[in-house]
Design a protein around this ligand. Structure first.
Ligand SMILES: Cc1cc2nc3c(=O)[nH]c(=O)nc-3n(C[C@H](O)[C@H](O)[C@H](O)COP(=O)(O)OP(=O)(O)OC[C@H]3O[C@@H](n4cnc5c(N)ncnc54)[C@H](O)[C@@H]3O)c2cc1C
Length: 380
């Protein structure tokens, strides 16, 4: 990007046609935040087939019966001048600097932001009528309405625990089991794990640890919810020749630029982000939102002809909902390893709900007053 076309201020003395073209693929937490934050400085196109933003961190609540966990994308984009292309990105031509979409569009870019997120890794598809993932939360909810039976959640990481407690609490006539290869909540402290066990038992969830299953069809149950691990959405990046790490995420430098294609940034679950204090970033909204803001800052710095700064990010909490009235706040070190300290019960549920609400709040702020966002801790 040449500094000659750089708008001198967020209000910009240049017409939109003179501005640099930034294409953001994926309107999840990371991509939407980045697009909103950089919009006053550039011509931004946001590519996502959905016309609603999904609060993915509430999908277990959707499965349990919460009526809606989405927001019209237009409510964020309206004041910004961002163009939303409601289509799926199918290819990146890195040499020509173009994104292709499934409705035949070709979108040229000066800078590309890859923010395609992740999905449940479900390598062994099961019977469609009984095997679900958290992404099919609406269908799962419908199935639970059909009548009681046995339900098995596979995988006892944070998502599996949230699903099992929420579903058992809202559907007490279903017999819920949580089955996992290792231990429940492997990343939690002893105190944290103990509280989770009590919360599961209180809702009648049967826990089976140390059980490895190959796929949904291996389990004798009416309904399986597969929550064993997450896979990054990087097929398009792989086909474009972007360097990926061993876990299939886009390999990036400390600024979140692709190590093989520096004109491409990658952020959120699809990127192998890392910082000096946090180390390798796990997939999580906790890093995706500030990461999106950071990439916007890096793009603005580039537009001004300045060198973008490395991402600065550390962990401090892991928050879990355990149904609607209980929760766990696990205090962690900067590198996400658990401390002994935890907060439990209603106060933890309250903190968790506040954090979940704040994710949409901070996106709304980025939409309406992007100039105020740097005052929010973590979004400087
Ligand atoms: C039940 C549940 C609870 C969770 N709770 C927490 C929590 O408490 N804390 C936490 O830190 N994390 C939590 N997570 C993880 C968190 O949801 C993810 O880390 C976060 O959503 C990642 O954000 P993202 O922007 O990278 O990707 P996503 O939110 O997955 O967004 C990706 C976007 O890309 C779009 N897309 C996909 N393919 C294409 C394509 N080809 N073309 C165009 N667009 C495309 C999708 O439509 C989507 O809008 C939870 C996840 C689940 C499932």
């Amino acid at each position: 990007m040449t500094p000659t076309n750089v708008p001198s201020s967020p209000s910009g003395k240049h017409s939109p046609s003179e501005k640099q073209r930034i294409v953001v693929v994926g309107a999840g937490y990371a991509g939407l935040m980045c697009a909103l934050r950089v919009a006053p400085y550039a011509r931004v196109t946001l590519v996502d087939p959905a016309d609603r933003f999904t609060e993915r961190i509430r999908l277990h609540q959707r499965a349990a019966g919460r009526p809606d966990v989405t927001h019209a994308l237009g409510s964020f984009l309206r004041p910004t001048g961002i163009t939303h292309v409601a289509a799926r990105a199918t290819a990146i031509d890195a040499a020509a600097r173009e994104v292709r979409t499934d409705d035949g569009r070709v979108l040229p870019y000066d800078r590309l932001v890859h923010a395609l997120g992740s999905r449940t890794r479900s390598t062994v598809p099961g019977d469609r009528d009984r095997a679900y993932t958290v992404e099919s939360a609406t269908e799962l909810h419908k199935r639970l309405q059909d009548g009681p039976g046995s339900l098995t959640v596979v995988g006892a990481g944070l998502t599996g625990i949230e699903l099992a407690t929420e579903l058992a609490e809202t559907h007490p006539r279903w017999r819920v089991r949580l089955l996992t290869e290792g231990a429940v909540g492997p990343g939690l402290s002893e105190k944290g794990r103990a509280h989770v066990r009590v919360a599961l038992a209180a809702r009648g969830v049967r826990v089976e640890e140390g059980r490895r299953v190959a796929g949904p069809d291996d389990i004798d149950t009416d309904v399986v919810v597969w929550a064993a691990s997450m896979a990054p959405n990087t097929e398009v990046a792989r086909a474009a020749g972007l360097a990926l790490d061993g876990g299939g995420r886009v390999e990036v430098d400390t600024v979140l630029r692709s190590v093989s294609h520096p004109e491409v940034y990658a952020v959120g679950d699809s990127a192998a982000g890392h910082t000096a204090t946090a180390g390798s970033l796990r997939m999580g909204c906790a890093a995706a939102l500030p990461g999106g803001s950071h990439v916007a800052n890096a793009l603005i710095a580039e537009l001004r002809g300045e060198e973008p700064k490395p991402l600065s990010f550390s962990y401090n909490l892991q928050c879990l909902s355990l149904g609607r009235r209980d929760g766990l706040v696990q205090f962690v070190r900067a590198d996400d390893s658990p401390r002994d300290r935890v907060l439990t019960g209603r106060p933890a549920a309250f903190v968790k709900e506040g954090i979940v609400r704040s994710t949409v709040g901070v996106l709304k702020l980025a939409s309406r007053r992007p100039d105020l966002l740097p005052r929010v801790p973590g979004f400087g």
